[in-house]
Design a protein around this ligand. Sequence first.
Ligand code: ADP
Ligand code: MG
Length: 339
Amino acid sequence: MADIIQLLPDHVANQIAAGEVVQRPSSVVKELLENAIDAEATEIKLIVKDAGKTLIQVIDNGKGMSGTDARLSFERHATSKIREAQDLFQLHTKGFRGEALASIAAIAHVELKTKLPSDELGNQIEIEGSEIKRQEVVVAASGTSIAVKNLFFNIPARRNFLKSDTVELRHVTDEFHRVALAHPTIAFKFYHNGSELFNLPSENYRQRIVHIFGPKTNEKLVPVEELTEVLEITGFVGKPEFAKKSKSEQFFFVNNRFIKSAYLNHAVGAAFEGLIKEGYHPSYYLQLQVDPKTIDINIHPTKTEIKFDDEHTLYAILRSAIKHSLGQFNIAPVLDFEQ
Ligand code: ADP
Ligand code: MG
């Protein structure tokens, strides 16, 4: 028998990986916003057209890239964020897989413009389906702009699978909310089809929540704070009488990363037991800080699920912290917006 195994060419491998990382426009939004945050940007602009189907652009004032790095950033497993497997247990960045840009470039038209603050001129690169079409030295602002056009142009099945603009824009907006909530001190702007949807200044967490969910939210927030050796909790829960039929305002951030956890959600539910009617759900906006050594983020390509070493302890601390806050709020209901 002849040998039949071959290594897949890079562009094919990238397209396969893209299937995991990029499900829809909102996945691109998440990856680009997270890259801007990792680049230590203080101002980030998100520009979207047709719910992201034709354009997703993120412009940041972060640390930018050199010309060589700009090319390399589109290679698979190319990352400036980790050097060895051990680094996974002391992560301080959102990214580490070095897969997002390679994946995105495999399934869209990408234009990157970037400049290091210390350089006079920047670099512009155009990529289509993993192929670099053009690289030029250009005048550019410090930081990075990445425009992703015509998502899934070379995968019609995926493109046809996308939902209506209304649905896709809702996903994009959800992703924007998550990132903006996780980083209240970063200023964000968000435009869709030329109109401004959000203009968020650098602010505190309470102000950010109120900016995103509306002025009425302010009176419903009950602060939660619990600082223990294994877990630090800060943030807010909604007063029981504001419980909703939908779960649209339930947020856990672990080390500033939005995550989903049915188990921790249950802990919050347990703290509200007896206070909320059947079929209603509490709102919560909780920031959890844990030692990066005690979690594994690398169990899912989109990193929205993580594994905790000791879930049971976290559950107990979370439940009791929220119970305590709800108890206190009965005695002291006056909350200060500036706090
Ligand atoms: P990862 O974020 O996992 O490292 P990406 O494919 O998202 O992988 O990005 C690859 C690399 O490109 C990053 O490690 C970073 O060095 C660089 N990069 C991407 N986006 C930006 C940006 N907005 N500003 C500066 N550098 C960036
Ligand atoms: Mg990244």
